[in-house]
Design a protein around this ligand. Structure first.
Ligand code: ZN
Length: 350
């Protein structure tokens, strides 16, 4: 979608929201988005609690701007226990100069800052999962206010949007950049080109179990060129996954024409989650035995994992069989699982 139409859509939303909620979003940026140069500051969200009566949540934000050009919005820690994004984006924020760019880069290394500070997926303040809270509410909970600020202010300014996820404490992934398929042919092609430019080892046509409330859904609704990732997981990082994030962020900005230089070409193996039987869900609680590792080829009928009873280890384990062929793209990280946990994802090679 052209920038003008995206801005108009955001404007309509804003008008609609103001009518609906009356309130304006209480977040105040300490930087000036129109100013050239490098600015490090915060998004200040008033938050009154026991330890700070007139306190505020101060979410770090960096802007690097040089004249006219497209705007890229880069974020990490939408879920607070995913770390490739915050590391790569802190590095970028500390190193990028105005001379390096043409246009504007807005960097928020930790979107859900309270969750990030707590090392948790969701906010310790209101239990909010930011990536289920969009488009948000200006007069809602802390998490809903953060979502609303991204919807009405930051996304509205952006042309290219990159949101870096990993598996967090409970999932682990093969490293991939991802997009959702779009009916709009132009938007679909633009997102695909940006996903390929990121240059992760894998590139995924992603399907959500439930797209309602996702940042992705809002960014795409506003017509942005949107790329997300899953770069690893387990609540930690490796040198390899951080290097993928570093290279991907630079490639994304080069692809957008904001950072000088050519995209560092890197072939991504294409994967697709659109088929049936992609998600494997635990129907027992117990001890998880992986029978395949991440990246392994999977044939329909293969045993992907077993779950053993904690209380009766002499019982036969429950076997989870692949309903489709492909590769194992994700797995549950902790060895203890509950009923309903996602224990594996089988993605088809394209
Ligand atoms: Zn995530």
């Amino acid at each position: 979608m052209p920038v003008q139409r995206a801005a108009a859509v955001a404007g309509e939303r804003l008008v609609g929201k103001r009518v609906a909620s009356v309130k304006r979003n209480p977040i105040t940026p300490t930087i000036d988005f129109d100013k050239d140069g490098v600015q490090h500051g915060h998004l200040r969200l008033p938050h009154s609690h026991d330890n700070s009566a007139w306190g505020a949540i101060m979410t770090p934000i960096t802007q690097v701007k040089n004249g006219e050009g497209p705007t890229a919005l880069l974020s990490g820690a939408n879920h607070g226990d995913e770390y490739e994004g915050p590391i790569a984006l802190a590095k970028l924020a500390s190193q990028l100069t105005a001379d390096d760019v043409q246009g504007r880069v807005i960097i928020v290394p930790a979107m859900n800052f309270p969750a990030f500070r707590a090392g948790r997926r969701v906010s310790p303040i209101d239990g909010g999962n930011l990536n289920r809270a969009f488009p948000g509410r200006a007069d809602g909970t802390v998490t809903e206010k953060i979502a609303d600020y991204f919807t009405t202010t930051l996304l509205a300014m952006a042309d290219y949007v990159l949101d870096i996820h990993s598996g967090g404490k409970t999932l682990d992934f093969v490293p991939f950049a991802a997009m959702h398929r779009h009916d709009d042919v132009q938007q679909d092609a633009a997102c695909e080109a940006a996903m390929q430019a990121f240059g992760a080892p894998y590139a995924m046509y992603m399907v959500e179990m439930d797209p309602v409330g996702l940042y992705d859904t809002e960014a795409e609704r506003q017509g942005k060129v949107f790329v997300t990732t899953e770069l690893g997981g387990g609540g930690t990082t490796t040198a390899a996954t951080v290097a993928i994030a570093d290279r991907g962020v630079a490639n994304f900005l080069r692809h957008a024409g904001i950072l000088r230089g050519d995209v560092e070409a890197q072939h991504s193996r294409l994967l697709d989650m659109t088929g049936e039987g992609c998600f494997i869900t635990a129907t027992e609680r117990g001890l998880l035995e992986p029978c395949l590792d991440l990246g392994d080829d999977v044939s329909k009928g293969d045993v992907v994992a077993r779950i053993w009873s904690l209380d009766h280890p002499s019982r036969q384990a429950h076997e989870y069989v692949a309903e489709a062929s492909g590769i194992l793209a994700a797995r549950h990280f902790p060895s203890l699982v509950e009923v309903g946990d996602c224990i594996g994802v089988v993605a088809r090679g394209v």
